[in-house]
Design a protein around this ligand. Sequence first.
Ligand SMILES: Nc1ncnc2c1ncn2[C@@H]1O[C@H](COP(=O)(O)OP(=O)(O)OP(=O)(O)O)[C@@H](O)[C@H]1O
Length: 463
Amino acid sequence: MENIWLEAQANLKQVLTEQTYTTWIEPLKFLGATADTVVIEVPSVFFQKWVTEKYLSMIKEVLSAITSKNYHIEFHVADPQPESAEPKVEKEPKAKGKEKDKEKEQDKEREKDKEPVKDKKNDLVPNLNSKYTFESFVSGPSNQFAYAASQAVANKPATNYNPLFIYGGVGLGKTHLVNAIGNQILAKNPKAKICYYSSEKFMNEMINSLRYKKMDEFRNKFRKMDLLLIDDIQFMAGKEATQEEFFHTFNALYESHKQIVVTSDKFPKDIPGLEERLRSRFEWGLIADIQPPGVETKVAILKKKSDMHAVNLPDDVALFLAEGATSNIRELEGMLIRLEAFASLTGQEITLGMAKEVMKDIIVEKTRDISVEMIQKTVAEHFRIKLSELKSDKRIKTLVVPRQIAIYICRELTKASYPEIGEKFGGKDHSTIIHSVKKIEKQLAADADLKATVEDIKKKLFT
Ligand SMILES: Nc1ncnc2c1ncn2[C@@H]1O[C@H](COP(=O)(O)OP(=O)(O)OP(=O)(O)O)[C@@H](O)[C@H]1O
């Protein structure tokens, strides 16, 4: 059994980054095994908690791939002192104030493995994520404005677009773009003083500086920057003292012609609790948005990421993932990594069948959450018609087509039966529902506009 454990570790080494492997998996020691349990020694309680949370399911998967058996894992703590032997993991490059999905947590964990750019000539090591570059960013219609603006700023900082304000929904690439600006400027000028901060980190550091009477140090640090990147400014909303401090930092940098880049999940005017004077300053420069990506851009991102991981991702699989995912690219990446891990752990090529199997919980769960009512509301809004009209029996074309589309999507994305759908569409007979579904199915094969409309509505449902 010990050999099996060593093989499992070797397999995990293939799929985890080197740092994750050496930090979390290598220190795990095989102690013994019974018929259904493997006993593993972990250095500390903290270690055990972390490995259980992050890697236990993966360890079990690998063991079961090797032995075709499902083992329990029992941890034995070598040093039961809580928190001792806590491995030194690079700190999270950005702290967030909001709870995000599990996928994001896993993603954050992976991000911790990424080396910050280190430069000995620079007294302040820029805490940029070196993997977030323009080269690794896929531009498409949804993000090309923000992409071009970021490149312009990176090429000529503090010239035309100062500040640059990038806004967009969760996981759409804002952090990636601001880091890309920093990385490009740093590549050209390794002495450039660059600082990437989440607004939460800015606030926490300010509070600490106040507490330990180090405000001068805090202020000077920011005010000597050539480039200040502040991520997720919306978290400063309602925090008056932080906004006040940031306002002065902003002015000092702006007046000395230093570049400021800010990101947010909303347009400045739509951030409640953001002071007017900051809002108006954000509007002095350029405001660029990132919209949710279309399926083509999602496919391109998947292809790029899989190429970067040197993994062959067939086109049909990329399309399957792109269509099944929401617009959150972090979630899309999570799916890809899961698939790549599965393929690597089982030694198989990635195929559509495998992807469907591996993603079945993720993609089905999502479809299960969609209700007939949600579909009706989304379709009615999309076509700007009343909900009552959508459900009615009126036979005018502007109502019939949306109604049939809504019925088709209900059949595709919910578990509702034909009679149940009929019931929710004003008590229609199930044969009417079948007719609508068939009609749209047939037209979809030939009508690209209809296909785009259905895609668009589905995208809205998943966003
Ligand atoms: N166009 C893109 N090309 C390649 N990768 C992308 C693209 N957009 C996003 N990503 C990837 O998706 C992940 C999430 O992106 P990022 O963290 O930049 O999103 P965000 O908009 O800052 O999210 P949040 O709202 O949570 O702050 C990152 O790993 C990033 O590399």
